[in-house]
Design a protein around this ligand. Structure first.
Ligand code: 5GP
Length: 172
């Protein structure tokens, strides 16, 4: 299926660290974790349980047109949040920041609703991504350009249930 990029153990250790960081940074507050479906679902469930605070969760879904392994550049909201985020401390939980297009779109959409704060927490980011420019505060791992699968991330909807992350090497 492909070379293992990050093992279950490596992911778990890093998720625990980010959870501890969020616990410290949001002490005394009640952050709303917003999972970007579908790729961030595995990260979200582990992360939410690694935060020792009364977190709330909600889900948003976007789709970007394109092939199995390439985004086309057009982002569309397919499921909006169920809760109001005005005056809330929002943490957007993403699977991977690649070009940053999805994030830019989501940030614009959520900021327009007047949250008290909006931070971004992504499991993965490309080395090439402009994380400062995109305002990404929490990053699990920085990775090179290979297309990756597992731990929530798919190739044409498969492999999301792998416990680890692998480089996608399709077999003919
Ligand atoms: P961006 O808008 O930052 O270019 O792309 C972000 C989205 O593209 C991610 O949320 C994810 O859905 C998809 N994506 C980008 N790179 C990968 C990858 O290596 N593997 C998978 N499965 N999805 C990716």
């Amino acid at each position: 299926m492909g070379r293992v990029l990050l093992t279950e153990e490596q992911i778990a250790a890093r998720v625990a660290e980010i959870g501890a960081q969020l616990t410290a940074d949001y002490a005394g507050r009640r952050p709303l974790l917003v999972c970007v479906l579908r790729g961030a679902y595995a990260f979200m469930t582990d992360l939410a349980r690694a935060v020792d605070l009364p977190v709330e969760i909600d889900f948003i879904a976007v789709s970007s047109y394109g092939s199995a392994t390439r985004t086309s550049g057009v982002v569309r909201l397919v499921k909006d949040l169920d809760v109001e985020i005005t005056d809330r401390d929002v943490v957007l939980v993403e699977d991977i920041v690649d070009t940053g297009l999805t994030l830019r779109y989501l940030r614009r959409s959520l900021e327009a609703r007047g949250p008290a704060s909006l931070e971004v927490c992504t499991l993965l980011a490309r080395e090439s991504a402009d994380l400062d420019g995109l305002g990404v505060r929490y990053v699990g791992f920085t990775i090179p350009g290979d297309f990756v699968i597992g731990y929530g991330l798919d190739a044409a909807e498969r492999y999301r249930n792998l416990r680890y992350l692998a480089v996608y090497e399709p077999q003919d």
